[in-house]
Unconditional design. Sequence first.
Length: 191
Amino acid sequence: MQKLYSKGYAKEVSAGKLSHILSERHTNIYIKEVESISKSKLYEYLLELYEISELEHDKTFVDKEKLKNLDGKSIHRLLGYENMNTTRCRPYEFYGKTYNIIGSPDKFYEDYSIVEELKTYKNSKNKIYQMVRGLFQLVLYSYIYDVTEGRLIILDLNRGIKEMFHFKFPSYSQYKTLNDGLSLYSAYSKV
């Protein structure tokens, strides 16, 4: 595992944990505040809030019969997503404390400087959550891997629909995501 520790003590925080906290928070707050609007609008709201650009959106189909009775790891393997064994770490200063943000995307294309994450779902409610969580994970992975682009692959296990979203993450997106995530993480850690 490649680690880039800063001087002194640094708390290790995973990108997965931060993205889960942010997803839960935004999903719950948004649904309470904007109940009359479709939950799918949460995705557009977050793109605007975090100034993330969607560069491309593509939809293809996968043989859903091949997906039946497979666990998540097998689905990842079937689609060429062997979870990378190269977890990386990058320090981030937040209110005078150093946090080592760690994580490993499902794929990293070094030639193209793109991180990629695969998420699966079985119903529309879960799709929104997986899209939000995957989006936050990609932003955090883009920070860890020092890149500005990522692709989120969302797979509907029941219908065999595979969607690819290609994003651009400016540094503002990365820092806002880190600040918001670490702020919530710190609050939860004190409880």
